[in-house]
Ligand binder design. Structure first.
Ligand code: ADP
Ligand code: MG
Length: 660
């Protein structure tokens, strides 16, 4: 007896729907992607009951002819690829030709479309009921396409049962739409939830230049997520032929026949977008958006790269805020490894990770090196050409990240300007002399007198704090240094600043192969450790010695502490060694190596720097700020806590209820 039968088209579609249509958000995703692929300039998404009762996506894209409208409901019907080889260079969002028939098989579906190129005012409407075409008729409609999906999973009660609450489903939809809206700032998006408009995002003008794309993205981000201090990233590098040396993860797959063949020329890899300026971070990855060839992706390597790029300007357990676009030869990345195309795999994972970290790091360094004069240009609302970006093409000899903490040699001009800007401090109380000083500098406003503060221009995404003149006001709580800039109030954490300065000085010395200064202790001390701690500490001895901590083996589990860096003064040497071991252990847990890097050790040693709780004099404070200005990453301490907090006049006015 023959038992094998071919499945009916309808059943096959429902099975495919199991993969493609997980929940209402997947419907929204597939439909919006189709609209974007159809060149829409305006996309409207309406949902009812979290998408369970209704999802309607309307666009002003190319539309479809009657024949195409019928064909698009067939499985594997697509206008986007023709041959298997096309898979190697997918430039559109969709390509499987599965979405529409799958969605139509599990809902009450209606498609209304009118071709843009056709002069006839008549369009086509097709009604499909659980995969069966119920009606095809001519219908008047605007050019473009509108697809309505009602009662999702009405014919699959088991799937329907698995849907979450309306709010949860709506949140998933909104999350996807956020990604789409960020990837396409030049497209207007409207989102209507239960007849209430949630967003009406205007199209952002954007040209071919990266700087204009970044500005469009900035506006879109502001509309979606509010104001955040953001730093532009623009980095590109030539990658040579992607498959010349398959990396280890590829070895098992390269044998497979479907593996797309890759062209042998070198290709450009570019990373651009916006990242949170130092000190801006979140407790979750929610503020982190990454795209590869405009497709929102999740890739663990990229997540690590971001953290690596921020290096020590992120606090432990905090995540960067970013919206980054990776542009890479489509042949060097696999998007076809996940049915919903959420995950991607880079053929050269390691390189991509390295360059991404480098791009982020350079952007943060360039942010600090930006000259103060941008404050003045900030007044003209859109002066994208004035923005300073990281050099377009990376130098062939790439700085040895992350060993290099000094500003990238690629931007020496910017740095010297920043360093030359006179730094104004001191207790001079005469406002007139301050005013005079201000005028000689790059003050954005002629009115520096405090009375006219309210008329100061909106500080906007202003120049980095340490490049504008600061005036010392005083010290609060023997720790926080109060400063004033022409933008408002600045608070500096003495300890955090001191730690940052010491840390960078240590690293610079290491880099120059100078030995760190070390002071012999009057009374060397022997310390006995538990066996496991002893083994661990032994691994760290070379780094500690290089950093000026004189610890030597004195027995199997005993160490002799006989010297310390001059800035470390410990009342109890034994405690110091115990704490050091604990802290290094904790730091090592993330790194997971037997021997920690010198960066990590230096960071830990700096924590024991003298706590300058004695009131510092004006000159000492001036030096502190001056030294901080010379740091490559001055805005955070080595552990990622902020060194400076700024509250501009706008924020102050808001707090005092002067403005809304
Ligand atoms: P895919 O997007 O993978 O090609 P779909 O099932 O999503 O497969 O769509 C099938 C085809 O229908 C697309 O290739 C496209 O030609 C056409 N199509 C779908 N949605 C639209 C739309 N909004 N505007 C114009 N054409 C569309
Ligand atoms: Mg599609």
């Amino acid at each position: 007896m023959n038992r094998i039968k071919l499945l009916s088209e309808q059943v096959a579609n429902q099975i495919a729907a199991g993969e493609v249509v997980e929940r209402p958000a997947s419907v929204v995703k597939e439909l919006v992607e189709n609209s974007l692929d159809a060149g829409a300039q305006k996309v409207t998404v309406e949902i009812g009951a979290g998408g369970r009762s209704l999802v309607r996506v309307t666009d002003d894209g190319t539309g479809m002819s009657r024949d195409d409208a019928l064909l698009c409901l067939e499985r594997h019907a697509t206008s986007k690829i023709v041959r298997a080889e096309d898979l190697a260079s997918i430039a559109t969002m969709g390509f499987r030709g599965e979405a529409l028939p799958s969605i139509a098989s599990v809902s009450r579906f209606s498609l209304t479309t009118r071709e843009r190129e056709n002069d006839s005012p008549e369009g086509t409407q097709i009604l499909v009921n659980g995969g069966t075409i119920a009606e095809v008729k001519a219908a008047g409609s605007a050019t473009g396409t509108s697809i309505e999906v009602r009662q999702l999973f009405f014919n699959l009660p088991a799937r329907r049962k698995f849907l979450r609450t309306e709010e949860t489903e709506a949140a998933h939809i909104q999350h996807y739409l956020t990604l789409a809206a960020l990837a396409f700032p030049e497209v207007a998006f409207t989102f209507v939830k239960d007849t209430r408009a949630v967003w009406q995002l205007p199209a952002q003008k954007s040209g071919a230049a990266i700087s204009s794309k970044i500005e469009a993205l900035r506006e879109r981000l502001r509309a979606l997520l509010g104001d955040e201090k953001l730093v532009p990233v623009n980095f590109s590098v030539l990658l040579d032929e992607p498959d010349a040396v398959p990396d280890e993860t590829d070895i098992f797959e390269t044998a497979s026949a479907e593996k797309p063949q890759v062209s042998s020329a070198s290709s450009q890899f570019r990373i651009w977008g916006l990242i949170g300026s130092p000190g801006v971070s979140r407790a979750t990855r929610d503020g982190q958006f990454t795209f590869v060839n405009r497709r929102p992706v999740e890739n663990r390597g990229l997540n690590y790269a971001l953290i690596e790029g921020y290096h020590n300007s992120l606090m432990k357990g905090r995540y960067p805020v970013c919206c980054l676009f990776l542009e890479i030869n489509p042949a060097a990345v696999d998007v076809n490894i996940h049915p919903a195309k959420r995950e991607v795999k880079f053929h050269r994972e390691f390189e991509i990770r390295k360059f991404t970290a480098q791009a982020v790091h350079q952007a943060l360094l360039a942010f600090h090196a930006e000259p103060a004069k941008t404050v003045a240009t900030e007044k003209t609302p859109s002066a994208p050409s004035e923005l300073k970006f990281v050099p377009e093409t990376a130098a062939p000899a790439l700085p040895n990240f992350p060993e290099k903490l000094k500003p990238s040699p690629a931007a020496p001009a910017q740095i010297s300007i920043a360093l030359q800007t006179p730094f104004k401090m001191g207790f001079s109380s005469s406002p007139t002399s301050e005013e005079a000083e201000l005028k000689t500098q790059n003050s954005p406003s002629k009115t520096a007198a405090p009375v006219s503060i309210a008329q100061l221009p909106n500080p906007g995404p202003a120049a980095p704090l340490l490049t504008v003149p600061l005036r010392l006001v005083g010290v609060v709580g023997r720790l926080y240094v109060l400063l004033e800039s022409d933008r408002g109030l600045v608070l500096l954490d003495q300890h955090a600043a001191h730690e940052r300065i010491l840390y960078e000085q240590m690293l610079n010395r290491l880099e120059q192969k100078e030995s760190a200064p070390s002071q012999k202790l009057l009374l060397p001390e022997t310390i006995e450790l538990p066996p496991r701690d002893a083994i661990f500490l032994r691994e760290q001895l070379p780094a500690l010695t290089r950093l000026g901590v004189g610890l030597n083996e004195f027995g199997e589990r005993t160490f002799l502490l006989d010297a310390l860096p001059p800035f470390v003064k410990v009342p109890d040497s034994r405690r110091f060694v115990f704490d050091l071991v604990d802290e290094l252990r904790a730091a090592g847990r993330e790194v997971n190596l037997a021997r920690l890097g010198e960066h990590t050790v230096a960071k830990t040693v700096c924590r024991h720097a003298v706590k300058a709780n004695d009131p510092l004099g004006g000159a000492e404070l001036e030096n502190l700020v001056e030294d901080l200005r010379r740091c490559a990453m001055p805005y955070t301490c080595p552990h990622g806590r902020p060194t400076l907090i700024e509250m501009n006049y706008r924020e102050l006015e808001k707090k005092f209820g002067r403005t809304q």
